[in-house]
Ligand binder design. Structure first.
Ligand code: PLP
Ligand code: COI
Length: 367
């Protein structure tokens, strides 16, 4: 039997009051991260009896919400982060969007939420980029896409909800860090952890970020850009930053990055950099790396560089690490050669400046 979901197509209603072009171009002159939103959003609804239904692209607007909406109480919410770029030759592209669609469903399963067919996830993203293509900034900026899903059943019992809203919004962005490409300073939290085995660390759910905010605030109080978390069981092993994975460059030219053991997010940037580095002939060890080792290697010179990576921040050198008992510097606080090279290789693929040898770009025809 065909369900409503099998024949689902998007109703498109253009925004009757889009932002005037002059205002948008003015806003493009000072792009930060996540404050400037495009004119539209894509929405698909799910209910236990109808499955996925009511797909639309419409003017970006608030959702009316009952105070008993399940997400407000038990935080059933997941999201993704991805970017659309305008290449120098004028194409609009997405970077590995299928990976976001897959990870979204991994997160959905972990949170007891319905999976969204990958083709619907991708269609929603494509349709939003198509209608809001003028929001993709030229040059160094990009259009950050935020697909997310939340429970919207009005019910206070504790069980997976029977109604959900999936939505994609878009934000024209510049650099994630205020300092631009300058190396970042990070705070190693010995007080707060992010995720334990069996928990939700590998899912991209809002709750992980809610739990990280106090540590991020602690980092800011110490003049740091980001927090790096240690594992919850021993507070010994380096895991990841609040919103990025982490890599270490050793003196023999090899890379070390924490393994995917269920407590960290399997970053798409992480995965792409591992591939690029291995194809360059570099050895990449996905292994546990302790905070003590990090300190000792920085002191002895065995550690040459460290960097953080993710969709929002791309690749950011880590110049300094602070913690309760002290601080240490890496690569004299500069951006190292390996970090620079890997960043450039990744960015040049993302922006269509070099051959897309892995088929990572999805070109949006006619956009
Ligand atoms: N780790 C966390 C906690 C994140 O929020 C992100 C960002 O999405 C990443 C790692 C990097 O993932 P990706 O490279 O897929 O953006
Ligand atoms: C991303 O890099 O897309 C993230 O989600 C990190 C942060 C903005 C939450």
């Amino acid at each position: 039997m065909r369900t409503e979901q099998d024949t689902l197509s998007f109703d498109i209603t253009p925004n009757a009051n889009p932002m005037p072009e002059a205002d948008r171009l003015e806003a493009f002159k000072a792009l930060g991260f996540g404050t400037l939103f495009s004119d539209h959003m894509a929405v698909i609804r799910w209910s236990a009896d109808r499955g996925w239904h009511s797909a639309e692209v419409t003017a970006r607007a608030p959702f009316p919400m009952d105070p008993a909406s399940a997400v407000l109480h038990y935080a059933q919410e997941i999201f993704e982060g991805m970017k659309s770029y305008r290449t120098a030759d004028g194409r609009a592209v997405l970077f590995r969007p299928e990976e976001n669609a897959k990870r979204f469903n991994d997160s959905a399963r972990r949170m007891g939420m319905p999976e969204l067919p990958e083709e619907l996830f991708l269609e929603a993203v494509d349709k939003l980029v198509e209608i809001d293509a003028k929001w993709i900034p030229e040059g160094e900026g990009s259009l950050y896409l935020r697909p997310f899903m939340f429970a919207n059943e009005s019910f206070l019992g504790v069980r997976p909800a029977r109604e959900y809203i999936f939505c994609v919004i878009a934000s024209s962005v510049g650099p994630y860090f205020k300092g631009g490409a300058k190396p970042v300073t990070i705070w190693a939290s010995k007080t707060f952890t992010r995720a334990a085995h069996g928990g939700t660390g590998a899912a991209k759910c809002g709750g992980n970020y809610a739990a990280s905010l106090i540590a991020q605030a602690e980092a800011a109080q110490h003049g740091c850009d980001q927090v790096v978390f240690l594992d919850a069981a021993e507070k010994k092993w380096v895991e990841e930053l609040g919103g990025m994975n982490v890599f270490f460059v050793m003196e023999d030219g090899s890379l070390v990055t924490p393994p995917l053991t269920g407590t960290i997010l399997p970053g798409i940037t992480r995965n792409s950099l591992i591939k690029l580095a291995r194809d360059e002939g570099m050895t990449v060890h996905e292994r546990l790396y302790s905070f003590e080792e990090w300190q000792a290697d920085a002191a002895s010179g065995k550690l040459k560089e460290a960097f953080a990576c993710g969709t929002a921040a791309v690749v950011a050198a880590i110049g300094k690490v602070k913690f309760t008992e002290g601080e240490f510097e890496i690569a004299d606080g500069q951006t190292g050669l390996v970090t620079t090279k890997l960043r450039e290789q990744l960015v040049s693929i993302q922006r269509g400046r070099s051959n897309d040898r892995y088929g990572w770009l999805k070109v949006l025809d006619g956009v």
